[in-house]
Design a protein around this ligand. Structure first.
Ligand code: HEC
Length: 129
């Protein structure tokens, strides 16, 4: 009985979590990043997950974060991520990097993408020591 209640409580928390996460998001860019968090982390302690860490991604050459195993499509694409290349990639990942493992559909709103890119820029690569 107690166990069942406990399981229900846990299920509730799990269901509420996406809601809580989006409510906690402050800036428009942070809200946009909710589309990416299933696969990407960002920030000083970001790790690679299903997708590479996006800390310092702006200005970085595609497929170059150390320790992440990219598709050969991404490794060989030789793109530098800036406003133009990244917004084209987000609108159509497979069109810009044919064969990429990243899947994202229906992201076409220029303003939302600008907000997102501003957010990504606020996490530059850590200064090299
Ligand atoms: C379903 C999982 C998934 C989602 C959602 C996703 N990505 Fe990705 N992303 C990936 C994977 C996997 C790769 C590596 C692709 C490869 O190696 O072909 C990647 C690669 C990238 C790259 C290239 C990184 C580099 O180091 O060259 C960028 C930039 C990127 N994603 C940005 C985003 C942004 C911004 C969002 C949110 C709008 C997003 N992704 C959403 C899985 C995802």
């Amino acid at each position: 009985m107690l166990r069942r209640l406990l399981l229900k409580a846990i299920a509730c928390i799990v269901m509420l979590q996406p809601l809580l996460a989006s409510a906690a998001a402050q800036t428009p860019g942070e809200r946009q990043f909710q589309r990416c968090i299933n696969c990407h982390q960002i920030g000083p302690s970001a790790r690679h997950g299903f997708g590479p860490s996006l800390t310092g991604v702006m200005g970085r050459q595609s497929g170059s974060a150390s320790g992440y195993s990219y598709s050969s499509a991404m490794k060989n694409s030789k793109i530098v991520w800036d406003e133009k290349t990244l917004s084209a990639f987000l609108k159509n990942p497979d069109g810009v990097v044919p064969g990429t493992r990243m899947r994202l559909w229906g992201y076409n709103d220029d303003q939302q993408i600008r907000d997102l890119i501003a957010y990504l820029k606020s996490y530059p690569a850590p200064a090299s020591r």
